[in-house]
Ligand binder design. Structure first.
Ligand code: NAP
Length: 236
């Protein structure tokens, strides 16, 4: 492991944040989590809590000042095509607020949990994420990482197992293979490992971490990822 990082996390009280933050802490990083009022108790033990509004940079910018890394995980719960307005008003607005706070504070690495793209479904969701990426790119942090999963399998997030036969077929056919890989399923453990890897290895400029790289970052879990694609027999 390299240097210990000081990481500010927006959206750290959710499904992925609560899996990734304990790993970051175990590896010796300092983690400060932005929580909205009422969500403080969902901040993983060992992390510092900052109460604020993820949509308002001014409410948390000072708390970012001593951090070198900003990890953005804020997003509307249970995304669906009916939530187009929330994708703009929460996902995109919070990415902008974090970007502004990070820039003001002199953060050197912005890590944005985006989504796989292009994609044939969830257009408003994908569009808000693409706009978030474009905005953050424009801020020109010394290092920016965009992670692009499609669906993260884990406790309470298992229904896409039903899609596995379709994925298997799509990966076999040359004309659908690339899309099937781009929109492949990853496990929560792989996602958390990929976030740790991203934080510990800032790129020069902009780096995109797509589904195949997220699976690889899962290390011993990567065999499972292939099983997810082909047989559906693994558990997350
Ligand atoms: N899970 C997946 O399969 C998947 C796949 C691709 C991309 N992503 C993206 O990855 C990110 C993390 O996903 P997740 O599954 O961990 O999501 P999640 O469990 O729904 O957690 C989302 C986080 O955003 C916060 N949040 C939501 N609305 C907010 C608001 N109005 N104001 C302030 N904070 C708000 C939540 O805070 P509270 O705890 O206070 O509610 C929580 O910390 C999201 O941006 C999601 O779109 C997820």
């Amino acid at each position: 492991m390299g240097a210990s990082r000081r990481i500010f996390v927006a959206g750290g009280t959710g499904y992925i944040g609560r899996a990734a933050i304990p790993r970051l802490l175990r590896r010796g990083h300092l983690v400060r989590v932005l929580a909205r009022p009422g969500s403080e108790k969902r901040v993983p033990e060992g992390a510092e809590t900052v109460v604020g509004n993820a949509l308002d940079a001014g409410s948390f910018a000072r708390a970012v000042a001593s951090c070198d890394t900003l990890l953005h995980l804020v997003g509307v719960a249970h995304p669906s095509p009916a939530k187009a307005r929330q994708f703009r008003g929460i996902d995109l607005a919070s990415a902008r607020a974090s970007g502004e706070a990070g820039r003001r504070a002199g953060v050197s690495h912005f890590v944005f949990l985006s989504v796989a793209q292009p994609a044939p479904a969830m257009k408003a969701y994908v569009q808000a994420r693409a706009q978030g990426e474009a905005f953050l790119k424009g801020l020109a942090f010394p290092a920016t990482t965009f992670l692009r999963p499609w669906y993260v399998l884990g406790p309470g997030h298992r229904w896409p197992y039903l899609l596995l036969p379709g994925y298997g077929l799509a990966e076999l056919l040359p004309w659908t293979r690339e899309t099937a890989r781009r929109l492949g399923l990853v496990t929560l453990s792989q996602m958390a490992a990929a976030l740790v890897d991203a934080v510990e290895n800032p790129p020069t400029g902009v780096r995109i971490v797509a589904v195949p790289e997220i699976r690889r970052a899962g290390g011993s879990d990567s065999g499972k990822a292939r099983e997810h694609s082909w047989t559906g027999s693994a558990t997350a």
